[in-house]
Write a protein that binds this ligand. Structure first.
Ligand code: NIG
Ligand code: FE
Length: 390
C-alpha cells in the first residue's frame, strides 16, 4: 500500500481535541499528515513524520478538513434572476418562487439535470467541499421526484427526499391529499434512492401535522428525518425535529427560548444557512444564543436558485463570522465537523487517524484567513479520499 506524506503544513486543523494545541480544532503547527489507502494514517509535527513512499510539500500553507456541505438543493433547472432582481428592489422572499423552478425542472431531461448537478458539485469541490448533501423538491410528482433522486444517487451518497417542499400545483386545493401522496406512493418510489427525508415546515408549505405524517412515514421506510425549520417565522419545525430525533433542524432563524432549549437538550444539530439571509436580506439566526445554550451548530450553503444561490462554503464561513458573531474557529468547526454531525458521519469532518483523507490546502498560513480575507480564492488544493482532485 502506497503511503503519502504531506509535510510543511503551517497549521493543520484536525478537529480532534486530543491532538495539537488541545483546542476543539486540535491544531498542529508545522505539521505533517500521512495518507494510506485513502485515509489519514498519522498526523504530528513534520520533524517526527514517519518515512513514506511519496511526499508532497505543503510549502507553509494551512490544511483543514474538506468542507461538509450538509444542505443543498442542486436538482433543478433554470434560475430565478428576475425574482432576485425584484427582491433587491424591495420585494420580500416567499416560498412561492419554488413553483417557478418546479416548472423549469419538470421540463428538463434527465441528462440535463445530471449535467447541472455535476457542474454545481464541481463548483463546490473547487471551493473546498469534499462531501455534499443534496435534495429533491423541484419535481413534486411521483415520477419527477423519483427521477431527480435517481440522478442524485448516481453522483453522491447523501441524498434527501424533499417531496414536501411546497404543495404541488396540481394539489393547490387539496394539501392533505398531497401530504398523503408524499407519505405514500411518492415515498415508496423515492426511498430506494435516498438516505434522508426532509419537510419544509412553514406557513405556506406544511404544518406540524402534515410534516409529522411525512417524516414518520419516511422513518418507517428507514430514512432519517431533517427539517426545514423556523426559516420565515416562528413555528413548530424545531420542536418537531427534536421530537422525531431528526439529524438536523435547518435554518433556525426564528427561535423561542423553548426551541433553543430543545436543540441544546436533544441530539438534533442546528444547521445555519447564512447565504440564505444574505440573499434574502433577512435577519441572521442567532448563532451565539445556540452556542451559549450548548447546541451543536453546523454551517451549510443551502445552495438553491431561490433563497441562496451560492455554492461557496468559504463565503458562508466569512458570513458566519462577520454577520453571526461566530469566531473563525467556531465557524470552521461548524462548516466541517458540524456538517459531519448533521449527516451523522464520523468518517469525515476531521483529520485524525481513521478518517477519510478529505482535506484542503489554503493559500494562507491559517484557517482564520477564510474570514479575515473574505471573497479571496484561498482554496489552493483539494484532496478527496487521499487523492488530489483540485
Ligand atoms: O432552504 N425553504 C425552502 N427551500 C429553500 C428555498 C427554495 C427556493 O426558494 O427555491 C431554502 O431556502
Ligand atoms: Fe434548504
Amino acid at each position: 500500500m502506497t503511503t503519502t506524506a504531506l509535510t510543511n503544513i503551517a497549521s493543520l486543523v484536525t478537529n480532534d481535541p486530543a491532538q495539537g494545541d488541545g483546542s476543539r480544532l486540535g491544531i498542529i503547527e508545522d505539521a505533517a499528515l500521512v495518507i494510506e489507502d485513502g485515509k489519514v494514517a498519522w498526523t504530528g509535527p513534520t520533524a517526527s513524520a514517519p518515512a513514506t513512499d511519496e511526499h508532497h510539500d505543503a510549502r507553509g500553507r494551512a490544511a483543514i478538513p474538506g468542507f461538509v456541505d450538509s444542505h443543498s438543493h442542486l436538482l433543478f433547472a433554470g434560475d430565478r434572476t428576475q425574482e432576485f432582481n425584484a427582491r433587491m428592489e424591495g420585494r420580500a422572499y416567499t416560498a412561492g418562487g419554488i413553483r417557478t423552478t418546479v416548472r423549469a425542472t419538470r421540463e428538463a431531461s434527465d441528462e440535463a439535470l445530471a449535467a447541472t448537478l455535476a457542474a454545481y458539485l464541481r463548483e463546490m469541490r473547487a471551493q473546498g467541499t469534499t462531501t455534499a448533501e443534496t435534495k429533491s423538491g423541484y419535481g413534486l410528482s411521483v415520477a419527477d421526484e423519483a427521477r431527480a433522486l435517481r440522478v442524485a444517487a448516481g453522483q453522491l451518497d447523501e441524498v434527501t427526499f424533499l417531496g414536501a417542499h411546497v404543495v404541488a400545483p396540481e394539489y393547490a386545493d387539496d394539501p392533505d391529499g398531497y401530504t398523503a401522496l408524499v407519505a405514500g406512493e411518492m415515498l415508496d418510489a423515492c426511498a430506494p434512492y435516498a438516505r434522508w427525508v426532509d419537510v419544509f415546515c412553514e406557513e405556506g408549505a406544511f404544518d406540524a401535522d402534515q410534516s409529522r405524517a411525512i417524516l414518520t412515514a419516511g422513518k418507517a421506510k428507514g430514512l432519517i428525518p431533517k427539517v426545514h425549520a423556523n426559516q420565515l417565522s416562528y413555528g413548530p419545525g424545531v420542536q418537531l425535529a427534536v421530537e422525531l430525533e431528526a439529524a438536523s433542524a435547518d435554518h433556525c432563524t426564528h427561535l423561542t427560548e423553548d426551541d433553543v432549549e430543545a436543540l441544546a437538550q436533544g441530539r438534533t444539530v442546528a444547521t445555519l444557512l447564512p447565504g440564505c439571509e444574505f440573499s434574502t436580506r433577512s435577519p441572521y439566526p442567532d448563532a451565539r444564543r445556540l452556542l451559549a445554550a450548548g447546541a451543536t451548530v453546523a454551517l451549510s450553503t443551502d445552495c438553491n436558485p431561490g433563497s441562496s444561490f451560492t455554492s461557496s462554503m468559504p463565503f458562508c464561513v466569512a458570513l458566519a463570522v462577520r454577520e453571526m458573531n461566530m469566531t473563525p474557529d467556531e465557524a470552521l468547526w461548524s462548516a466541517t465537523a458540524g456538517g459531519a454531525r448533521a449527516l451523522r458521519r464520523d468518517d469525515i469532518g476531521r483529520l485524525s487517524p481513521g478518517a477519510h483523507a478529505d482535506l484542503v490546502l489554503l493559500d494562507a498560513p491559517s484557517h482564520v484567513h477564510l474570514a479575515y480575507r473574505p471573497g479571496v480564492p484561498l482554496v489552493s488544493e483539494v484532496w478527496q479520499r487521499g487523492a488530489r482532485v483540485g
